[in-house]
Design a protein around this ligand. Structure first.
Ligand code: SF4
Length: 378
């Protein structure tokens, strides 16, 4: 998106800027298109910076400073999956770039983009989303370095991670920032991950033990714990479970597996609890998963006015679009829980489906001459 396109819409500034490691394709198979359309539908002015150069902050400044926040995604796949083969050789094609060109996104794109945004706009809230941030939200095995890495939120100068399917979370974040809330106080949205200072966490645990009849080891509560009612230890420890820390899971595979098992089992928006994982310099706290969209909500998301096309500035096709151009989404989620598959961790284990009547509406851009009634499946 260019500054001229922003002006052409009659906008003097943007509310939200989405940064993505993929080329921009306005199709509902692309996460950035969905999030952009959903925010636009909720009344926000949205700009998109696709595949920025990351050597310096200049590309991140080109649409100005947004009024509310930046949202960062590495793209539809993890940036290292886009860039590298399983043998860690550079790929000779990037399906999410115009002409399949490689080299248009860095490895660890979500972290690098966040760093450049912070350099350009130090006080600007940053929200991470997409598969890279979602799947790296806890300490995790990193194939490239062959090590356990800490949560992406401990590495990136970001405020929140939206994990899983993010429509409800992103709109709520936008509305609450618009209402004047501080991003650092937004800690109660399901389907998000936030971070707490180590000192505050120790105080919270100390108070929890005190209430349970043990000695409180902390002397003075930090402002963070003292002021925030949501950090009442009695309430907090009812809703959150602590899993082994980054240091513990890094040293013992069995402990890593135990931590994974706990958050896998809590991946349930009805019965699941929040998860706390201490890291050396911060505490990573995941709220329970967001509920799945209702049928009407899912219908609405997929009936938004996607053009189904790549951005007109591209002179070459984006290969990933060719594969899905005539595909449509009928549902999300899977209860299979296969160990090699990310769907349960990302989309959740509860299935959300569109209505039969809604599905053909996605084809209206292809079959504009027919009426909705003509398209209903029988
Ligand atoms: S592979 Fe993934 S989507 Fe398929 S059944 Fe297993 S968990 Fe579900």
């Amino acid at each position: 998106m260019s500054p001229e396109e922003v002006k052409a819409r009659g906008w003097k500034e943007l509310d939200v800027i989405l940064v993505t490691g993929d080329a921009y394709v306005d199709h509902s198979s692309f996460g950035t298109a969905i999030i952009g359309r959903v925010l636009e539908d909720a009344g926000f002015r949205v700009g998109i910076i696709a595949q920025p150069r990351w050597e310096n902050p200049e590309d991140f400044k080109k649409l100005g400073k947004p009024r509310l926040f930046f949202s960062v995604s590495a793209g539809n796949t993890d940036s290292m999956v886009s860039n590298l083969t399983p043998g860690l050789k550079p790929r000779n094609k990037d399906a999410y770039s115009p002409g399949g060109k490689t080299g248009l996104r860095p490895n660890r794109a979500a972290i690098i983009y966040s760093n450049r945004i912070k350099e350009a706009f130090p006080d600007m809230p940053i929200v991470l989303g997409g598969i890279e941030a979602s799947m790296r939200r806890f300490a995790h095995y990193d194939y490239l370095s062959d090590k356990v890495r800490q949560s992406i939120l401990a590495d990136a100068p970001a405020d929140l991670v939206v994990y899983g399917m993010g429509e409800l979370q992103i709109v709520e974040i936008a509305k609450r920032l618009q209402a004047g809330e501080d991003i650092k106080g937004i800690r109660d949205i399901s389907g998000t991950v936030w971070k707490m200072e180590v000192k505050a966490w120790k105080e919270l645990k100390g108070k929890g033990k005190e209430k349970a009849g043990e000695q409180d080891e902390s002397e003075n509560a930090t402002e963070e714990v003292a002021k925030d009612k949501s950090l009442d230890p009695a309430e907090f420890f009812k809703e959150y479970v602590e899993i082994p820390s980054f240091s513990e899971v890094s040293q013992d595979k069995a402990v890593f597996a135990k931590a994974f098992r706990t958050y896998f089992l809590e991946q349930n928006p009805v019965t699941g609890k929040g998860i706390v994982q201490p890291h050396p310099k911060t505490i990573i706290i995941q709220n329970k998963p967001m509920r799945p969209l209702t049928e009407a909500e899912l219908d609405h998301v997929y009936e938004l006015p996607y053009t189904g096309e790549t951005h007109p500035s591209y002179t070459e096709p984006v290969p990933a679009l060719e594969m899905v151009k005539f595909s449509l989404t009928t549902h999300r989620g899977c209860f299979g829980g296969c160990s090699f598959c990310a769907i349960t961790q990302h989309q959740g284990r509860m299935i959300a489906s569109r209505s039969i009547e809604s599905i053909p509406v996605s084809y209206t851009h292809l079959r504009a001459h027919e009426t909705r009634e003509d398209l209903v499946c029988r």
